[in-house]
Design a protein around this ligand. Sequence first.
Ligand SMILES: Cc1cc2nc3c(=O)[nH]c(=O)nc-3n(C[C@H](O)[C@H](O)[C@H](O)COP(=O)(O)O)c2cc1C
Length: 190
Amino acid sequence: MDTVKSVARRRRTCRDYSDLPLSNAEMTEVINDAVWVPSGSNNQPWRFVVITDRAKMKGYSDAAKQNWLENLASSPHMQQYEKAIRDPDYNIFYNAPALVIIYGNKESYWHVYDCSMVALNLHLLAEEQGLGCCWIGFAHNIFADPAIKKELGVPENYQLVAPVILGHPAKKERVPENPNKRKPFDISFV
Ligand SMILES: Cc1cc2nc3c(=O)[nH]c(=O)nc-3n(C[C@H](O)[C@H](O)[C@H](O)COP(=O)(O)O)c2cc1C
């Protein structure tokens, strides 16, 4: 039987998706489940944009890669990925059938934390349902862009927190060969 513990332990980022689509109803249901997180002052400061059009996502992927290349010198955290973003075949959304973009209301003090917890819940719910999931940091540049936010109907006072792809994994195997072990870390009991 699945427990929160077993789902948390076996979840791994998925970067290889089958062609199976996800319907708007399926996306609505998983988002409705994911929002049952704690939030600062119970403000629940999130809103969502869902894209299920792969061609549209490919367009945003190309735009994001182009933008990172133009700003590589001032984006040191992206320099290690230069080869990938120069590769015309690399789609930052891995051809996933669905993308959920989580925005948080800047007027709510803890919005980044609150929305990040929703993003984690999406990962766990996806895992429980046999779906794959991945937070796409490479898409932060475009979806934070005021012009793109306008295009997506996102009000100016909402800040991008998490673009997350979902889909049916191409392979049945849930835990990849590389188990991606956790690095050692400190726990202090004081
Ligand atoms: C804030 C954040 C941004 C990430 N951005 C990307 C990304 O742009 N592309 C990608 O393939 N994976 C991305 N990931 C996934 C991480 O690479 C992945 O979680 C990490 O390697 C650990 O692997 P695991 O999720 O399988 O435990 C991101 C994860 C987080 C939390």
